[in-house]
Write a new protein. Structure first.
Length: 303
């Protein structure tokens, strides 16, 4: 029950304990994390190729993704909208240049192409000698070690996090509303509730949720989790500019863990620099909570 959590949390904790004062080394780690994400997704594609009768599972993958995405999106936006009502209207700074959504969308398309590339290569590999599961596990541990170093050197101090009540409130609302959406999705799909909660705990961190869920529940479920969180990121890019003016909590929170990195430029340009600390705190908390919550729910599912 606890071995899977140890494999994930130990490298993350070790990485978080490593201070890094060299800016060039920090830059190298950032680049390495980006490359590791591509590697893990490529291996996920190979794992998917090893599934027997894959074509018969595609409908399952897209059904799982569609149902969970719809349920979690509705619950997230409803909960964050209520949070905005409680806070009152908050205007962000205006006048910043509009970021190119197409460039960001292209990055997401590249991720899908990487999986398809792994899927194509996997057709020519023999699962008997190509230990894709072992490679994926080691790649994940290295990725988490590097992410732990990133988080330690992100400039976020515990005092800054605890004092930013708006960022903490957004993160808490995202977690709770996502759980409600995950429970609804599991009920509609007749899945164990713990699986629905695990799906809902990815918070947009597609590479992590896909590989963790795939490792425990198989590549079909892992691919569905990946697509669910990737689609959430794509939707966030599209709706942030429209939501920021009247519903800033919705704009910041819907991107989940990506609000501290991938969607942060969109948030900054839509809401101004005053939004950045809130987005970073929210994304930081969700990034730390993601692997703990996913593995906790999966441990109850798999026993």
């Amino acid at each position: 029950m606890y071995s899977g959590m140890l494999i994930v949390l130990l490298p993350l904790a070790l990485g978080y304990g490593i201070p890094c004062r060299s800016q060039s080394l920090v830059h190298f780690i950032n680049v390495a994390v980006a490359r590791m994400v591509y590697l893990i997704l490529f291996l996920m594609g190979i794992s998917l190729a090893f599934v027997d009768n894959l074509s018969t599972h595609l409908g399952t993958i897209f059904t799982l993704c569609g149902v969970f995405l719809a349920c979690i999106t509705v619950c997230n936006l409803a909960g964050l909208w209520l949070l905005d009502l409680r806070r009152g209207r908050v205007e962000g700074e205006r006048g910043a240049p509009v970021i190119s959504k197409w460039a960001l969308l292209l990055d997401s398309v590249k991720l899908c192409l990487v999986i398809l590339g792994g899927l194509a290569l996997g057709q020519f590999l023999d699962p008997e000698w190509f230990a894709v599961d072992t490679l994926s596990e080691w790649a994940l541990m290295l990725l988490l070690l590097l992410i732990g170093i990133q988080l330690r050197n992100s400039g976020m101090k515990l005092r800054q996090i605890l004092l930013n009540r708006w960022g903490l409130a957004i993160a808490l609302m995202v977690v709770v509303s996502s759980w409600l959406g995950g429970l609804a999705g599991a009920w509609l799909l007749d899945l164990p509730l713990t699986q629905g909660l695990a799906f809902a705990s990815g918070n947009g961190w597609y590479s992590l949720s896909g590989i963790l869920i795939g490792d425990r529940l198989g590549p079909v479920m892992g691919s569905a989790a990946f697509l669910n969180d990737l689609a959430r990121e794509l939707i966030a890019i599209l709706i942030i500019p429209a939501l920021m003016r009247r519903h800033p909590s919705c704009a910041i929170g819907y991107g989940g863990a990506t609000s501290m990195d991938f969607t942060l430029p969109v948030l900054q340009r839509s809401g101004g620099v005053a939004i950045v600390p809130v987005a970073i705190v929210s994304g930081f908390v969700l990034s730390l909570a993601g692997p703990v919550l996913i593995l906790s729910f999966l441990s109850f599912t798999t026993g």
